[in-house]
Write a protein that binds this ligand. Structure first.
Ligand SMILES: [Zn+2]
Ligand SMILES: [Zn+2]
Length: 496
């Protein structure tokens, strides 16, 4: 405790008190300290307090210090009850000097041991702020990505790596939309495909119509697997958005484009199609005096960072059957316009868009493929097994170009609270955001060749130990999760 004349209520004071406590604990032979706090950026969740952890780890005999920020809305900590007890006990007291507060707080708890108070003075406060600035700028992580301190979940300092602060973040990788700058999207996307540095030459991107059994590893060559991938491909769409919502929060993907017309292309998946009632609500029929009565809803899944809300959905078009370069000129590619978003989940990076179409031929074709896919999925519904061979297949529109299929492996299943994600070696490029990610799993001796239970949407690309890996949004599955070895969080680090 300290009066206003001795110090402020900023990160330096918070960090100094924590340092002081850790020092005292380390003298009592404590080796590990785990701290929990709420998310106040001005006091706890910032680079200076994180720096103080690292400093304490290196100057005190502690082997590990972690600081966990509780989920917003679930931040009830012990401190809350301490504050309430003090408030109750001092409500009727007349306190004249700041120093009387120390006594009042010490006496606040009567039933249990009294609270211990450490009286802080100005000289006890260490200027961690300028110390950290002298050591290293804590704005950029080792992976070259900007550190979003407001999203950090758990900074930690460990004995094994004394020069590093490890940071687990809620999200913070790079989105994979193709963003256009000049207004000639087709030319620009062709150009970006040629100059792409993430996957030079795109050798592993197989044009969807050319995909055959030989593209699968030998143990996965079953005609039903091929059919499964082809049906998913037929329901994969290109999503083109030309407006960015004013509602995107500060720091969220594309927040700097808020309220402006900027074109981006990504991928999506037709999750459902069903007949609608009344007059067709599609944008074409809106002003028609005789709108058709027979029409369909088409629901599209994509990433929330691609289409954030209804204001963006109203500027979104969906290209179905964009299978090869000739699809556009031959008229095989069909375009439907979105009306609104029916589900949007910022944390799970998931969005469901609703489109309406009165094109009967198109909706019939989509419906047929959807029914065939449902049959396959139900037939191959099973739990994910240990020691199984797992394949990870993605269908997407890289750089906004025609549909491609990439095949790779699962690197890791990641579980973070209620969120389940997968990380894979399967190639993706800008334009792959929102693309269906299929996890296909095989077990020797099983009468059914594979299980298809598990599907996610591609969300971002992350750099882990110098390796570029791609990662899904919320992964939908029913398989038993405890049979898998999960890593708790995604790690970012800053090395001094
Ligand atoms: Zn590329
Ligand atoms: Zn219509």
């Amino acid at each position: 405790m300290w009066p206003e004349s001795e110090g402020r209520r900023g990160p330096n004071e918070v960090a100094s008190c924590l340092f002081d406590y850790m020092k005292e604990r380390s003298l009592h032979c404590v080796k590990e300290i785990h701290m929990f706090s709420n998310n106040c950026g001005g006091q706890d969740r910032n680079r200076y307090v994180a720096f103080a952890l690292w400093f304490a780890r290196n100057h005190l005999s502690l082997s590990k210090i972690t600081h966990t920020f509780l989920e917003k809305g679930h931040t009830e900590t012990e401190n809350g009850s301490i504050h309430a007890t003090i408030e109750r006990a001092t409500k009727c007291l007349k306190l004249y000097t700041p120093y009387q507060w120390y006594t009042a707080v010490r006496a606040a708890r009567v039933s249990k041991q009294p609270y211990k108070i450490k009286e802080m003075t100005a000289k006890d406060f260490v200027d961690f702020k300028s110390m950290s600035n002298n050591v290293k700028s804590l704005a950029i992580g080792d992976d070259g990505q900007k550190i979003m301190w407001s999203r950090t979940r758990k900074p930690s300092a460990m004995k094994e790596d004394p020069h590093t602060i490890f940071l687990a973040t809620a999200y913070g990788g790079c989105h994979e939309c193709e963003v256009f700058t000049c207004g000639h999207e087709a030319e620009e996307s062709e150009h970006n495909w040629k100059i792409c540095t993430k996957n030079r030459g795109h050798h592993k991107f197989i044009p969807a119509p050319e995909f055959h059994l030989g593209h699968l590893p030998e143990w996965a060559r079953h005609s039903s697997v091929l059919e499964y991938v082809q049906l998913v491909a037929s329901l994969t769409v290109r999503v083109k958005v030309t407006f960015t919502s004013c509602e995107r929060p500060e720091g969220y993907t594309f927040h700097n484009y808020r309220g402006s017309p900027c074109t981006r292309e990504a991928s999506g998946f037709i999750q459902d199609v069903y007949p609608g009632r009344g007059p067709c609500p599609c944008r074409e029929c809106k002003d028609s005096p005789t709108p058709p009565q027979e029409w369909f809803w088409v629901n599209i899944e994509t990433a929330c960072h691609v289409v954030y809300d209804t204001s963006e959905a109203q500027f979104t078009e969906v290209n179905v059957f964009y299978d090869d370069e000739n699809s556009q000129t031959s008229g095989r590619m069909k375009t439907i316009l979105a009306l609104d978003t029916i589900i949007k989940d910022h944390d799970k990076d998931f969005c469901a868009l609703r489109c309406a179409t009165h094109d009967k031929q198109l909706s019939r074709k989509i419906l047929q493929n959807k029914l065939k896919l449902d049959v396959i999925v139900n037939l191959h519904e099973a739990k994910l097994h240990d020691n199984a061979n797992i394949l990870c297949v993605i269908v997407s529109h890289p750089h906004g170009c025609a549909k491609t299929i990439t095949v790779g492996e699962i690197e890791r299943f990641i579980r973070d609270d209620a969120l389940m994600q997968v990380r894979y070696t399967t190639d993706t490029c800008p334009g792959s955001s929102g693309a269906p990610v299929l996890v296909i799993n095989f077990r020797k001796g099983d009468s059914r060749p594979f299980s298809s239970k598990g599907r996610g949407l591609h969300s971002e690309t992350v750099c882990v130990e110098g390796k570029t890996l791609n990662m899904s949004a919320e992964f939908l599955t029913s398989f038993s999760t405890n049979s898998l070895n999960f890593m708790a969080e995604r790690m970012q680090s800053v090395r001094f």
